[in-house]
Design a protein around this ligand. Structure first.
Ligand SMILES: [Fe+2]
Ligand SMILES: [Fe+2]
Length: 278
């Protein structure tokens, strides 16, 4: 089966429903008319992931994030400036013959459940990895809310690190703070008024965040924790938190493609960070 056909079948498996013209989900690199020899899923097609995919004999990487470091994966600016890292990564892709397809909007649009409904494939995969079965997706200022048996935020961080193979965690507020009710916001990149209001209203204990800035939600969480020893925030980074969803993808790819004859592997692109504790 050629790669274009594989991609087409995976697209059809998802809920979709968004405008393909504005979608980020495109073949980001390579010739998709080739026969597919194997598939690798990863949050990000980093240099190391490309090398490992090649070693596994796969020629299609399904990546959740951009290949060349910008939304839309525009490369004109990199070509014009002859960016050395761009040129080297491009050469690696040419030498290995790897095709990179971005699956972002499709997997977030939904994967089918047995009851006929669709659920965000990235966060469903995360919850599967963590054994959080009673999750509840919402459409408000946060992506999801969930209640777990009460534990300290530090103990929860250790559990998630072990299950998801993360190198470290960042905790906002006292590490012994007890948590039970968790909210997962969307990206918190700027103003967080809606999230702060929601957290107050829902009386949630823990924000499990992707990337986070210092000057909004982080300040609110720290002030609240200093005043009441309640509310805390835990972050592992954006790519880390989405990675289990890409791991989960290999469980349904054979069904989506309609054959189990194409080998599917997950490669963890891994932590953005190396942690030094002072
Ligand atoms: Fe993302
Ligand atoms: Fe995502």
């Amino acid at each position: 089966m050629d790669i274009a056909n594989v991609i087409n079948r995976i697209q059809n498996y998802h809920k979709g429903g968004f405008d393909p013209l504005t979608s980020k989900d495109k073949v980001l690199y390579g010739d998709s008319t080739k026969e597919c020899t194997g598939i690798v899923t990863s949050t990000w097609a980093s240099v190391d992931v490309i090398k490992e995919a090649y070693e596994k004999g796969a020629n299609l990487i399904i990546s959740h994030e951009a290949l060349f470091w910008n939304r839309g994966d525009y490369t004109d600016w990199l070509e014009a400036s002859e960016n050395k890292t761009f040129l080297e990564k491009k050469k690696l892709l040419d030498d290995t013959g790897i095709v990179v397809w971005r699956n972002h909007d499709f997997v977030h649009s939904g994967i089918p459940l047995e009851n006929g409904t669709y659920v965000d494939g990235i966060f469903y995969g995360l919850f599967q990895e963590l054994g959080w079965e009673k999750f509840h997706f919402t459409n408000g200022p946060v992506l999801a809310t969930i209640e777990i048996p009460e534990t300290s935020v530090a103990a929860l961080a250790q559990t998630i690190m072990a299950k998801c193979h993360f190198a470290g965690a960042r905790i906002y507020g006292d590490t012994t703070t007890l948590v039970k009710k968790i909210v997962i916001p969307y990206h918190v990149l700027g103003a967080a008024r809606a999230e702060i209001s929601y957290i107050e209203q829902e009386n949630s204990d823990l924000v499990l965040a992707m990337e986070i800035v210092d000057f909004t939600l982080s300040e609110y969480i720290r002030d609240t924790n200093m005043l009441t020893k309640s509310k805390t925030m835990l972050t592992f980074g954006h790519f880390n938190l989405e990675e289990p969803g890409m791991k989960y993808m290999i469980t349904y790819l054979p069904k989506a493609i309609g054959t189990d004859q194409i080998p599917c592997h997950f490669i963890q692109s891994g932590d953005m960070y190396h942690y030094l504790i002072g």
